[in-house]
Write a protein that binds this ligand. Structure first.
Ligand code: MCA
Ligand code: AMP
Length: 526
């Protein structure tokens, strides 16, 4: 592995933005522990040295399922530095799910929580993974023990912009999860665009402080939030788990906050969220799921701040954003750059990102009309891991990626998402694929058929409800179905309700009309 001056390794760009005073604070945890920029630099160097010492083949994957911690952040940075491919996994995944990801990605290294080593390591070894380490959220585990023997210096391995940096698993309408391959260039270009578009202030410009309260195994917490802060040399107030009061306590010391809509509704439920508490704040950003207009307005009234909503995907990182400052690309009727953050929309296509709306037959729809949202640009992923056919299916003949989201672009340029052509439930910012759950229910004794639908929920925005038709003469117990699912799947995927029904509405082709089911059950949690 060679080192060149023209190194597109993402870590090189992040490191270049660290403040010159490496003893300054970079992260303060909810336990009150402070990490300096030197700690990030040296902590990630030691782990990178350890990874390098394993002499892994080019492009090896490092699969990570650990609780959130600053050491886990160092592991991510170390993987970049070592030129390997980071594969983050939701901590809620259980053995069936982990077994699939490890079997599919064939990682050379698996890092798991010490508490999970007894069941993760056999899965990994069976799949041929040679190295399994542990990492706890309390500075414990073999990863840190082993890396402590290495020096705190490491030259980032040379990487081209097109080289893989991460694989994020995401499901489609049918079939198993697919690994979206993101390159160093995808991640850096998107982070740079957001740095400018959201007006991140460098330390010389007065600086920013980010409250980081999201998990670090998805695009939002891992890339948008962490890259945003690091690429700007901005410190983070770090919460290992979201706690609304802990966020409010930190607002006076912060300037930027990012959350999924559930975080905003939970913050609003506390009276201690006031205008005064938000005085030092510069920007509140929401994404990963639709932000209700009520939340947008109530937030404005309570805090005096207008939430900036943006839209993204694992395959494309960030696509669109409401403006932070006037956007000259989108003038209003008077020819003035528009700067309104318009609730209910996800704003404008980001600079350098192409967004268009097409009809089912692949034609451009007239302005303001609804169609499938498509995207292209330096942010768009390289393809699905070892699934060239699936990759080809998701791109148009002229090279645009089909998001599976349905929306429109109005005459002013604002993008609105009105629905999804993919059968997907977004619950508290996590994606839940009905097909996966239906497949398991359909295999249960006495079940003829099932349909899992998303219905509105006051806390999670949307949650799953399972509707089950028993086989003739059989009885099925909804509680038993839910308990069986709970023993198999990540907890956030478990439907919040299960009902036995006699039949489903169907179209002339016999296909279940989920829109009618959603409508019939929309008041379940009202
Ligand atoms: C927890 N539970 C949930 C969810 N989270 N149920 C449905 N949906 C959820 N999201 C359930 C658990 O199963 C459990 O139920 C009970 O709630 C308590 O679990 P706990 O883990 O303590 O919950 P929590 O800590 O209150 O978590 C809620 C949360 C969390 C903070 C909203 O879900 C979260 O951090 N969401 C953010 C997800 C995120 O970062 N998404 C970004 C994806 P039981 O007791 O019955 O088992 S990136 C993305 O989408 C794109 C690219 C983008 O644009 O950003
Ligand atoms: P993921 O598969 O986790 O990358 O989730 C991506 C999906 O989240 C997108 O295709 C959208 O359906 C949804 N999404 C992300 N941001 C928003 C938003 N601001 N409003 C509505 N949906 C969103």
């Amino acid at each position: 592995m060679s080192h060149t001056t023209d190194n597109h390794n993402l870590y090189v760009a992040l490191r270049a933005a660290f403040p010159s005073d490496l003893e300054a604070w970079a992260v303060e945890t909810d336990q009150g522990r402070v990490y300096t920029w030197r700690d990030l630099e040296q902590g990630s160097a030691r782990i990178a040295q350890l990874l390098t010492s394993l002499d892994l083949p080019e492009g090896s994957r490092v699969a990570v399922q650990v609780e959130k911690s600053v050491e886990a952040l160092c592991l991510y940075l170390a993987t970049l530095r070592a030129g390997l491919v980071f594969l983050p996994l939701n901590t809620a995944y259980q053995s069936g799910e982990i077994s699939y990801f490890i079997g599919n990605a064939e990682p050379a290294v698996v890092v798991c929580s010490p508490a999970n080593f007894s069941w993760v390591s056999p899965l990994a070894f069976q799949a041929g993974t040679p190295h399994v380490f542990t990492l706890g959220d309390d500075q414990t585990g073999t990863l840190l023990e082993r890396s402590a023997h290495f020096s705190g210096e490491h030259q980032p391995v040379a990487r081209a912009a097109d080289d893989l940096a991460a694989i994020l698993y995401t499901s489609g309408t049918t079939g198993r999860s697919k690994g979206a391959m993101l390159t160093h260039g995808n991640l850096l270009s998107n982070a740079q665009v957001l740095q400018t578009y959201w007006g991140w202030r460098t330390p010389e410009q007065g600086g920013d402080v980010l409250i980081h309260a999201l998990p670090i195994f998805h695009v939002h917490g891992l890339f948008v939030a962490i890259h945003g802060a690091l690429l700007n040399g901005s410190p983070m107030l770090w919460l290992n788990k979201f706690d609304p009061q802990a966020v409010i306590d930190r607002l006076p010391r912060a300037t930027v906050f990012m959350g999924v809509p559930t975080l905003y509704t939970r913050l609003l439920s506390l009276l201690s969220l006031t205008r005064e508490a938000c005085q030092s704040m510069r920007l509140f950003i929401s994404g990963s799921a639709p932000l209700l207009i009520e939340t947008f307005r109530t937030w404005q009234e309570r805090t005096g701040h207008t939430i900036l909503e943006r839209y993204g995907m694992s395959e494309t990182i960030m696509l669109t954003s409401n403006p932070y400052v006037p956007d000259a690309r989108y003038p209003d009727a008077q020819g003035q750059p528009q700067h309104l953050r318009r609730g209910g929309t996800v704003g404008f296509p980001l600079p350098d990102v192409g967004v268009r709306v097409q009809s089912d037959v692949g034609e451009a729809v007239p302005v303001g009309e609804i169609g499938g949202i498509q995207v292209r640009g330096p942010n768009v992923f390289k393809g699905y891991w070892r699934m060239p056919e699936k990759t080809a299916e998701e791109f148009t003949a002229d090279g645009w990626f089909k998001t599976g989201d349905v929306g429109r672009i109005d005459a002013q340029g604002y993008v609105t998402i009105v629905g999804r052509s993919k059968d997907l439930i977004i619950s508290g910012g996590y994606n839940v694929y009905p097909a996966e759950i239906e497949g398991i229910i359909n295999d249960m004794a006495g079940v003829a058929e099932s349909a899992v639908i998303g219905v509105p929920h006051p806390d999670f925005g949307e949650v799953g409800v399972a509707l089950v038709i028993p086989k003739p003469g059989a009885t099925v117990d909804p509680e038993h179905i839910l308990a069986t699912l709970k023993a198999t799947l990540a907890n956030f995927k478990i439907p919040k309700r299960c009902c036995v029904v006699a039949e489903f509405p169907r179209n002339t082709m016999g296909k279940v009309q989920k829109n009618l089911l959603r409508d019939a059950h929309k008041a379940t949690f009202a």
